[in-house]
Design a protein around this ligand. Structure first.
Ligand code: ZN
Length: 118
């Protein structure tokens, strides 16, 4: 297991988690993710596994349609460091672009068909 550190763009929100080496990422084609263009983790973390080290109070919540997925974003810089999964409530996917140690162009990308899930 490796320890990964991530942050939003302005640095208000800092988070860490442990994971096997991250080699894959996920793009989602739902109306929100299409606009955001982020590469999210294929794995999920429980709230115990995702450590929010700073900035809990800087986070805002955005929800739409079914309101099953919880998209958290920094109120200052607007970056979404993680979301609570629509398919696995209580579990979080992290925005891999928020992690300095991960190069997005080295990941094998998978598509999540969020558009047709609702
Ligand atoms: Zn921020």
């Amino acid at each position: 297991m490796k320890k990964y550190q991530g942050s939003c763009h302005c640095g208000a929100v800092l988070f860490t988690f442990q994971s096997d080496s991250v080699n894959t990422g996920m793009r989602c084609n739902c109306s929100f993710c299409k606009r955001k263009g982020a590469v999210m983790s294929t794995f999920t973390l429980t709230s115990e596994e995702l450590n929010i080290d700073a900035g809990q109070g800087a986070l805002e919540l955005y929800q739409f349609d079914s309101k099953l997925a919880k998209h958290y974003f920094c109120r200052t810089c607007g970056i979404n460091p993680f979301l609570e999964s629509m398919t696995k409530p209580g579990n979080f996917r992290v925005n891999l672009g928020c992690i300095d140690a991960i190069e997005l162009d080295q990941l094998e990308l998978k598509l999540f068909d969020g558009k047709n899930l609702l």
